[in-house]
Design a binder for this molecule. Structure first.
Ligand code: HEC
Ligand code: HEC
Length: 289
């Protein structure tokens, strides 16, 4: 029931004029500062509402006076990153390996790009971290068929191995078995000897026949002691790393009819800068020379 507005004796405040069963309501206004801040946020919100996309209109929202779009903003960020990446790749393409190695930040960029290029192109054959597998050489060891310097790796990647590219690495190991250059028992004997080169069998009078066959037929390519020959990609047979396995059966199979692995040329699929980046990455896996 409305009564008159009066001063409350106890608090000294004015009443609102409302009274219920003798209880009068005090007029306690909001603090001025609070009201101003509140009003300012309302004005601010209206401003934002006008300037930025706000009103949902079904498939899109009102555009706002500034024409701002978070998607355009994100795309601009992506374009900026891409431009930076392109610029850095251009730099990598223009510089020599020695110059890249002298610039740790740029080298880091190249290694990161190289890791991605490797994952996209090389991993199916050479394994996720270049550890290789049967028929596909490990790239993280210091055993190289064609060489482990940056320049050698770059050349291998660019032109490939038996890839058909005119500058590809190329060489053939004779089909000693299928072309009947050696008899099966000679192949078995030379396999027994080859196993002594990497310590899987002990040299004995029984392996001497194989040693002679090796000296006559294999040493011209693989070296007198099985040290290999990078000019023709003949692997070091005395190493503990074996592309096709270190068992007697594996060696016999290889000598009977060599697999002659093929590695694609990448010069048509990757830019020179990308090849440089993936070369630096492969070189960094542990076996780089
Ligand atoms: C289709 C399978 C395949 C793909 C894909 C492939 N490689 Fe190879 N790569 C091979 C084979 C097989 C060899 C060994 C050839 C031989 O017998 O000498 C090889 C050899 C190599 C060698 C020489 C190793 C040595 O010991 O000298 C390098 C370096 C190499 N690959 C790097 C790469 C890089 C980098 C990529 C990706 C850009 C790649 N490879 C993609 C199959 C492949
Ligand atoms: C004309 C050169 C040449 C001659 C001769 C030759 N090789 Fe090879 N050998 C190669 C090449 C090149 C490869 C790599 C081929 C491949 O990837 O299949 C190879 C690979 C091998 C491998 C596989 C190594 C691995 O990592 O698994 C074995 C084992 C081998 N040779 C044994 C022999 C034996 C034993 C003889 C003699 C009976 C012989 N080679 C004669 C060139 C030669």
């Amino acid at each position: 029931m409305p009564t008159k507005i009066e001063k409350d004796a106890i608090t000294g405040r004015m009443t609102t004029g409302h009274e219920w069963d003798g209880i009068k309501e005090l007029n306690t206004p909001l603090p001025k500062w609070w009201v101003y801040v509140y009003a300012a946020t309302v004005v601010w919100a209206i401003g934002m509402f006008i300037l930025y996309p706000a009103l949902p209109l079904g498939t899109h929202a009102s555009k706002g006076l500034l024409g701002y779009s978070s998607r355009a903003d994100a795309m601009a960020g992506v374009a900026e990153m891409q431009a930076l990446h392109a610029e850095q790749m251009k730099k990598i393409g223009a510089l020599s390996f020695a110059e890249i190695e002298r610039d740790p930040a740029l080298r880091e960029v190249a290694l990161t790009a190289g890791r991605v290029i490797f994952a996209n192109n090389c991993q199916p054959c050479h394994g996720p971290n270049g550890q290789g597998g049967p028929g596909f050489p490990a790239l993280d060891t210091d055993v190289w068929r064609w060489g482990g310097s940056l320049e050698a790796i770059e050349r291998t990647i660019t032109h490939g191995i038996r890839s058909g590219d005119p500058e590809a690495h190329d060489s053939q190991m004779p089909n000693f078995g299928t072309d009947k250059l050696l008899k099966p028992e000679e192949i078995a004997a030379v396999a027994d000897y080859v196993m002594t080169l990497y310590g899987k069998a002990q040299p004995s009078p029984a392996t001497e026949a194989g040693a002679k066959i090796f000296a006559d037929n294999c040493a011209p390519c693989h070296g007198a002691n099985g040290e290999g020959n990078r000019d023709i990609g003949a692997p070091p047979l005395r190493s503990h790393v074996h592309l096709y396995g270190d068992t007697r059966e594996a060696v016999i199979a290889q000598v009977t009819h060599p697999r002659m692995g093929v590695m694609p040329a990448w010069n048509k699929r990757l830019s020179p800068a990308e090849i440089k980046a993936v070369t630096l990455y492969v070189h960094s896996l542990g076996g780089g020379e």
